[in-house]
Design a protein around this ligand. Structure first.
Ligand SMILES: *[C@@H]1O[C@H](CO)[C@@H](O)[C@H](O)[C@H]1NC(C)=O
Ligand SMILES: *[C@@H]1O[C@H](CO)[C@@H](O)[C@H](O)[C@H]1NC(C)=O
Ligand SMILES: *[C@@H]1O[C@H](CO)[C@@H](O)[C@H](O)[C@H]1NC(C)=O
Ligand SMILES: *[C@@H]1O[C@H](CO)[C@@H](O)[C@H](O)[C@H]1NC(C)=O
Ligand SMILES: *[C@@H]1O[C@H](CO)[C@@H](O)[C@H](O)[C@H]1NC(C)=O
Ligand SMILES: *[C@@H]1O[C@H](CO)[C@@H](O)[C@H](O)[C@H]1NC(C)=O
Ligand SMILES: *[C@@H]1O[C@H](CO)[C@@H](O)[C@H](O)[C@H]1NC(C)=O
Ligand SMILES: *[C@@H]1O[C@H](CO)[C@@H](O)[C@H](O)[C@H]1NC(C)=O
Ligand SMILES: *[C@@H]1O[C@H](CO)[C@@H](O)[C@H](O)[C@H]1NC(C)=O
Length: 640
């Protein structure tokens, strides 16, 4: 009887299954915030260790693994402080050293780093654990990766992600002291070595919240969307290309809703606009890849941000944050499982501070459709399109750059008047219509008529089905655009494609054509500018949303499908109405080459940096770094 009861009890207990799973741990080491990955990297040490006597927490102790044999450890550690923001001397209490040949029974102490004495333990011979900082599980001898935790003070991210060993994603379960912002975790750079197969090994990437990542939900900048749909079951092909190249995705980033251009702050209803770190800290980030621009301008710990550009969504944020950004050749890579605006115009590209990483990322994402660094000879023709003529600091910067570039190319600067070219050689079908008349409605027709059909209609249907016929909330800008699209007759879209094609064929044949020399690829380089170093305060009351009619030079590449990239050139002083102080805002230029010649641009950026014509921008309040306004005050005021 008793036995039976006991058995029943055991069975009952077994039936109430409970699954306790670690999603990682947050700790502080010498006052720096860390995250202990829940995933083991393997067994580094094969004896039990006493955690308590080593100042452990939850059975973990910080350790430094040194897998290199016969190296000068002091030199190695000094190098690490220079190249990695995760490792610090706090990991030195225990060093697990390869081929240390030390007897296990007699652990030795060594001082490899000024003022830090370490206990040396032997690294398991069979382990293939790369060097770096880890947290050692003292029960199992397994090591877990260390992530440094950072505050997303610029509000650039929508979600913080942890990349699992199988390449899928889960939420990073960490939060550090911060006001209304997320915590982002980055793994030590020491774990990764770039190779030919994995050129992006360890490169830390933020991703616009429109790309499907297996295991993660996405928002497309809309709360209702985020709540409605389950996590993606598969990572989209473009992001898989980056993962295959070794990139580490650390989070999803904000965009203006459904990638429609929004201006802070009134337009940004569902999510608050991210902050532009440059100047007074209260300038528009531009959109739609707003989080991408904000993060690359703000965070030295982030290497790369993936954005999308339909009508300027990468180039705008790159320009006003003073970083590199590319709209690639249209169709260079498949955008399956990426939120559409208009498939005839949508592209995916990058924002970065380092042109080398920028180029490597493009090579990884665009694969066979991209030709890499070092393969090109430069075209001998350089055009400028509508450069300003008034004598201003911005004009000086632009003119200096075009003159320097001309000298570098052994070319002369020739102003290009596209209206005049059009008058001379426009296709006969367009009659006497100017480019503006031909293309005034084209962009608006394509993005509204495509997005309503490809995205909105199913979204509304799905939302209504589970919410008793309700409509989801949509921000004013996409709503105004979609309403305009609803009023258009079907032929408007057909006309839009026709007009786009007429312009594209003309431009790619008459103005910016492929060079007969495949090494040169592009017949010329065309410079234009949409970023003239002007102020756009985020504390302004704006008019109701207007539709994006009209034509600007930034739309040439949109219709002609050519690559168009932003190079940061410098900055100009402006009097901020917010700080009542002179602040610096970035000036950038757009560089266009012929369709399919994308690799030429990153190569040019790298060569111009090497030649000292442009500089790699830094994160901070200026292109040379500097404390960001939002962060000032980190030094506490002494109380009166
Ligand atoms: C290692 O490098 C340091 C600094 O460069 C030097 O002082 C030390 O003598 C070197 N140690 C050995 C064992 O070579
Ligand atoms: C430290 O870095 C320098 C410069 O990059 C390099 O020459 C040296 O070999 C490195 N030392 C070790 C021990 O890795
Ligand atoms: C090591 O400690 C001594 C004595 O406290 C101090 O003077 C020295 O600056 C320390 N060195 C480093 C590199 O921290
Ligand atoms: C290259 O471009 C073509 C044409 O747009 C596209 O179909 C193909 O998928 C691209 N290839 C890769 C590897 O992305
Ligand atoms: C420009 O001319 C110089 C001198 O003739 C030459 O060394 C250089 O390679 C040329 N540069 C380019 C980009 O053609
Ligand atoms: C460009 O050409 C148009 C048409 O010929 C002309 O009206 C305009 O003044 C020109 N612009 C400049 C800056 O020369
Ligand atoms: C562009 O289209 C809008 C809307 O139809 C119209 O109000 C505007 O006048 C047009 N502009 C040009 C330059 O044709
Ligand atoms: C197409 O171009 C014609 C002028 O040739 C213009 O009247 C029409 O509005 C344009 N339509 C669209 C949708 O671009
Ligand atoms: C702004 O600065 C000017 C010049 O230093 C000063 O006269 C003025 O009072 C300041 N304005 C405010 C609101 O402090």
């Amino acid at each position: 009887m008793i036995c039976k009861t006991l058995l029943l009890l055991i069975l009952t207990v077994r039936n109430v299954s409970s699954s306790l799973e670690s999603s990682g741990l947050s700790v502080k080491l010498n006052d720096v915030d860390y995250f202990i990955s829940p995933f083991s990297q393997g067994r580094a040490y094969d004896q039990p260790l006493d955690a308590k006597s080593r100042g452990g927490q939850f059975g973990f102790v910080p350790v430094t693994v040194i897998a290199e044999t016969s190296t000068n450890i002091t030199d190695l550690l000094t190098n690490w402080t220079r190249i990695d923001d995760v490792w610090q001397p706090g990991f030195l209490t225990t060093i697990i050293l390869a081929s240390s040949g030390r007897s296990r029974s007699r652990p030795v102490s060594m001082t490899y780093y000024p003022n830090f004495t370490s206990e040396i333990l032997p690294l398991q011979e069979s382990s293939r654990i790369p060097s770096g900082p880890y947290f050692l599980d003292t029960y199992t001898g397994e090591v877990h990766q260390a992530f440094r935790l950072y505050d997303d003070f610029a509000g650039a991210f929508t979600q913080s992600l942890l990349q699992k060993p199988d390449g899928t994603f889960q939420t990073l379960s960490a939060h550090i002291q911060s006001s209304a912002s997320l915590t982002i975790g980055v793994p030590s750079r020491l774990y990764f070595t770039a190779t030919k197969e994995k050129p992006l090994a360890g490169v830390r990437v933020g991703v616009k919240d429109i790309f499907a990542l297996a295991g993660a939900r996405r928002s497309n900048g809309n709360r209702a969307w985020y709540g409605l749909y389950p996590p993606a079951s598969q990572t989209c092909a473009v992001m898989q290309n980056l993962l295959d190249a070794g990139a580490i995705i650390v989070g999803l980033q904000k965009l203006s809703q459904f990638s429609n251009g929004e201006t802070p702050t009134a337009d940004w209803v569902d999510y608050h606009a991210p902050f532009n770190p440059r100047g007074d800290g209260y300038q528009d980030t531009a959109s739609s890849s707003a989080g991408a621009g904000s993060s690359i301008g703000s965070y030295e710990w982030l290497d790369l941000a993936v954005g999308s550009d339909t009508g300027g969504s990468i180039r705008g944020p790159a320009a006003v944050q003073g970083v590199f950004g590319n709209r690639p050749t249209h169709g260079i890579v498949s955008l399956d499982n990426v939120m559409p605006m208009s498939p005839s115009l949508d592209t995916a590209g990058f924002l970065a501070r380092d042109p080398y990483i920028w180029g490597a990322a493009q090579a990884a994402m665009y694969k066979g459709n991209y030709t890499s660094y070092g393969s090109f000879e430069y075209p001998g023709k350089l055009y400028t399109l509508d450069f300003p003529t008034e004598d201003t600091p911005t004009t000086k910067i632009l003119n200096k750059f075009s003159a320097d570039l001309a000298a570098f190319l052994n070319a002369t600067v020739t102003p290009l008047n596209i209206s005049k070219e059009w008058e001379n050689s426009a296709p006969t079908q367009v009659g006497s219509n100017t480019i503006s008349q031909l293309l005034n409605l084209t962009y608006t027709a394509l993005i509204t008529m495509d997005q309503t059909q490809l995205l909105r209609d199913q979204f509304y249907k799905d939302y209504a089905a589970v919410h008793d016929g309700r409509l989801p909330f949509v921000d004013p800008v996409p709503l105004a655009r979609w309403s305009w699209g609803d009023e258009q007759p079907d032929y408007q879209r057909t006309n839009a494609i026709e007009n786009k094609t007429l312009f594209m064929d003309w431009f790619n044949e008459k103005i910016l054509f492929r060079s007969p020399n495949t090494k040169t690829c592009s017949s010329s380089i065309i410079l234009h500018t949409d970023s003239t170093g002007s102020l756009s305060n985020r504390n302004r009351y704006l008019n109701p949303p207007a539709l994006p009619f009209g034509f600007s030079n930034g739309e040439i590449s949109v219709f002609a499908e050519t690559p168009d990239s932003v190079f940061p050139l410098g900055e100009i002083p402006v009097q901020s109405t917010i700080t009542n102080h002179t602040e610096l805002v970035p000036v950038a230029v757009d560089v266009m080459v012929a369709k399919g010649c994308d690799g030429l641009i990153a190569q040019l950026a790298l060569d111009l940096v090497e030649a000292g014509i442009i500089k790699k921008p830094k994160a901070g309040s200026t292109l040379n770094g500097g404390e960001i306004l939002l962060r000032r005050g980190d030094v506490p005021l002494t109380s009166a």
